[in-house]
Write a protein that binds this ligand. Structure first.
Ligand code: NAP
Length: 455
């Protein structure tokens, strides 16, 4: 198993890291367990101060941390700075609100008997994280668990080891106690060993459906609590009465940000027939404005994909989409040659339920367009998916939009804006998009012992 940084812009090997030894894994578990025990005796306020110091560290050296994102997975430097900012926002949310989400909750049991809930730590959590948002994904798990008193051991994606190391270094620079956070360049076997270890009481995965099946099965075999933040085929619904400008801006940025590699990207545009032609003309114009190039150049607006293998995989998927009968409405589906992992954006239509790629997540700048007549058709098409992560609805009739939102089978949905993760709001999916919630007051309780005390 190798952890390697290969610059997606030019294919150059930047750095390799050896996989962890079993001794390193054991040390991480020992340190984590010591932190867990120590944190039980410590006031939350002390950890809130330490988490604030971590947020300060990311803020002070934002450009330093942002550069690793661009070098490791090709993110535009402006988006990389944005990710560092969001990482800080996630930390600060739990600095300010974490303790409040953990105060005892009173219940009134029958006939005047009293009861309350306590929220407390349970042990180490293994976080298995993806490359597409290398810092925010880690902070989403780390910040709430740190406040709660659960140590976190990170197994990051093998293509972003410098980002993983940088997060670990940031924790050290901020003076966080030993064992609170540890990055391990673990093999899959070592991840399984950690899940089976009694010092570990939870596993949080963000990644693909395939990894979800394997890791959830391992957690189940060991009766460990797990959360699964998996992929999606999110819809962007545009009704006849939408504000066209708003809908187009949200649809296009929702599909092309992070080079189309976001779990909640607007992957399927479902557009009502009355606005379809105007919408299509406008999105073609917007797509044409995107310029690929060096992600470190501030003028570049479309980054390369995260790796050569991501590029080749998407190219294969697009071929299967087109062989299956769909057609290109805008863009050039031929592969980009050369060492960079570039992919030319596409707008495709004619995806039918029997297309072999229908309901597969296309993780890159490929938008699917569907013309739909009425609300019944929209709901049928939107819900004809094994996934259920997020979505967006554009309509100037808010009441209608909210009623429609209730009928869409997803864990979250936005009205008149692209869906984005905010620290205050629960984030997660249903169906094959996974289970559990991150962020907000719910995220901090996922790996808590929710203890009922009667009397
Ligand atoms: P991935 O291939 O599943 O990898 C995710 C992480 O899981 C990586 O660290 C990977 O390590 C690890 N992994 C995979 N199989 C494993 C196994 N058998 N045992 C232990 N670890 C294993 O996914 P990805 O391609 O990096 O990320 C993209 C996916 O994540 C997309 O489907 C996207 O929609 C989803 N995502 C979901 C959310 C959400 O919040 N719902 C957010 C972001 C992304 P290696 O790199 O070493 O293989």
């Amino acid at each position: 198993m190798s952890y390697r940084v290969v610059n997606p812009y030019n294919g150059e090997l930047i750095k390799e890291f050896p996989a962890a030894t079993d001794e390193e894994v054991e040390q991480a578990l020992t340190d984590a367990n010591n932190f867990y025990k120590q944190a039980k005796k410590q006031p939350i306020e002390q950890r809130a101060e330490q988490l604030a110091a971590l947020a300060d560290e990311f803020t002070k050296r934002a450009d330093y941390y942002a550069n690793f994102l661009t070098a490791n997975m090709g993110k535009l430097i402006s988006e990389a700075r944005g990710e560092v900012k969001k990482t800080v926002a996630f930390a600060r949310y739990y600095v300010e609100n974490g303790a409040a989400a953990l105060v005892d909750q009173d219940y009134t049991a029958m006939a005047g008997r009293k009861a309350h809930l306590e929220f407390s730590s349970i042990g180490a959590v293994v976080a298995v994280e993806p490359w597409n948002f290398p810092y925010t994904q880690v902070m989403r798990v780390f910040a709430p668990n740190f406040i709660l008193g659960n140590p976190v051991i990170l197994k990051h994606a093998s293509i972003v080891p410098e980002c993983a190391q940088a997060f670990d270094d940031a924790c050290k620079a901020a003076g966080l106690p030993t064992g609170a956070f540890k990055n391990i360049f673990a093999t899959y076997d070592q991840v399984n060993q950690m899940i089976g270890d009694p010092r570990v009481q939870g596993v949080a995965l963000t990644g693909s459906e395939k990894a979800g099946e394997l890791i959830a099965a391992e957690a189940g075999r060991n009766l460990k609590k797990s959360t699964m933040e998996l992929g999606g085929t999110d819809v962007c619904i545009v009704l006849n009465d939408a504000d066209l400008k708003k809908a187009v801006a949200g649809a296009v940025s929702g599909r092309l940000r992070n080079a189309g590699q976001a779990c909640t990207s607007a992957k399927r545009y479902l557009v009502q027939s009355g606005i379809y032609d105007e919408f299509l003309t406008a999105i073609k114009k917007e797509f044409a404005k995107y310029q690929s190039g060096d992600p470190l150049n501030e003028k570049t607006t479309l980054a390369p994909l995260s790796s050569k293998s991501a590029q080749q995989n998407l190219q294969k998927q697009v071929k299967a989409v087109l062989d299956g009968g769909a057609k290109v409405l805008w863009g050039d589906p031929t592969a980009v040659e050369g060492p960079g992992a570039f992919f030319k954006p596409l707008i495709i239509s004619g995806m039918t339920y029997d297309n072999p790629m229908y309901d597969h997540e296309l993780f890159g700048p490929v938008a699917q367009l569907y013309k739909v007549d009425d609300e019944k058709g929209i709901v049928e098409l939107a819900n004809h998916s094994n996934y259920g992560l997020g979505g967006a609805i554009y309509s100037e009739d808010l009441d209608k939009a909210h009623k429609l939102a209730s009928k869409i089978e997803t864990g979250q949905i936005a009205v008149n804006q692209p869906l984005s993760s905010l620290p205050e709001l629960p984030f997660g999916g249903i169906k094959k998009s996974g289970y559990g919630r991150e962020l907000s007051n719910l995220g901090i309780r996922e790996f808590a012992n929710i203890k009922t005390v009667l009397g």
